[in-house]
Design a protein around this ligand. Structure first.
Ligand code: ATP
Length: 302
């Protein structure tokens, strides 16, 4: 049997907060040989958060969901559990931890909640086990766990290429404000990609440059005009009722409505926080308001 060195963590618990993402631009290229799509995407981290607490526990990785939801697995299918297993293997330690997960990010909503939890678990495990893992190594482990995980570590705004894991940070001084309409029932991301391949065929990803330019413009209307999602037609084909949601948000005064990632969450860009409240109140759908961009997965120290 393999011998694991003994690690005695001197921290007894750590807490990490991690944001959701939306894609201001989601350019989807043809299906690659490895079954991933080449992407040209602009990620934007928004202030809807999951919170993950990690404490020493019995041998193994036990996950307790503090916001019960039948759609979130608590075994090794949960990306937070997978992330801790991968980190422990890398560090050559035997994990003995309990994870408490509080979901604030819509589940299967196209906002990368599972990926966010994987990133949070990497940061939390690194802190609890006092590993001081180099940032590049964390990024590498993150990319192994999923295409959206590296961005959840980084946060802010970033251009994502490859399958979304190759990141170039985009810096600008402007905060953007959003209203999200969430759906009770999530959508399977692979099903949306399959529908998109069927509808669009093997076409090139659309160009993210207009969104990158618009991020430098103070007027949110410039960004509204540039927002683009190559998956939107597929999501709308699978959920035609989202046409009405987008129309309702724009009729309520939003500058522009777009499907978030693979959906079914709809993201509405608005002028400011007061405008977000106003648009949300006018909508007869479940809404959440948020701003962006915000930092990636972070230890909460208080
Ligand atoms: P994707 O990142 O693939 O675009 P998404 O953002 O639409 O997905 P997620 O909230 O990540 O959706 O959930 C997708 C599925 O992943 C869920 O239906 C669930 O079965 C599984 N899952 C695994 N780990 C988690 C987690 N920590 N939180 C939520 N769902 C998870």
């Amino acid at each position: 049997m393999e011998e694991y060195p003994l690690t005695v963590p001197s921290r007894s618990a750590v807490r990490v907060r991690v944001p959701a993402k939306i894609n201001l631009h989601l350019g989807v290229g043809p299906l690659r040989d490895d079954n991933f799509h080449d992407l040209a995407t602009v990620f934007h981290a928004v202030s809807l958060y999951d919170e993950l607490t990690l404490e020493c526990g019995p041998p193994g990785v036990r996950l307790v969901l503090q916001t019960p939801d039948d759609d979130v697995p608590t075994d090794e299918r949960n990306l937070a559990v997978r992330a801790l297993t991968v980190l422990a293997e890398y560090a050559n330690i035997e994990p003995a931890v309990t994870v408490r997960l509080r979901k604030g990010i819509p589940v299967a909503g196209g906002m990368a909640g599972g990926s966010a939890d994987a990133a949070a678990a990497l940061i939390a495990g690194d802190a609890l086990w006092q590993l001081a893992t180099p940032r590049e190594k964390l990024h590498e482990l993150a990319a192994r766990l999923g295409s959206d995980v590296p961005f959840a570590l980084l946060g802010g705004d970033a251009l994502g290429t490859g399958r979304g894991e190759r990141l170039t940070p985009l810096t600008h001084p402007y905060q953007r404000h959003w209203v999200f309409v969430t759906a009770a029932e999530g959508l399977s991301t692979p099903a949306v990609y399959a529908e998109s391949d069927r509808i669009r065929g093997p076409v090139e990803a659309s160009d993210p440059e207009p969104v990158i330019k618009a991020l430098d413009e103070p007027d949110p209307q410039a960004l509204a005009d540039a927002l683009c999602n190559d998956l939107q037609a597929a999501t709308l084909a699978l959920r035609p009722e989202l046409h009405d949601v987008i129309a309702a948000g724009e009729a309520a005064g939003a500058l522009k409505g777009i499907i978030s990632g693979s959906g079914p969450t709809c993201a509405f860009l608005v002028r400011d926080a007061a405008h977000a409240q106003q648009v949300a109140e006018r909508l007869n759908y479940p809404t959440k308001t948020a701003h962006g961009s915000v930092d990636g997965a972070q230890l909460v120290t208080h």
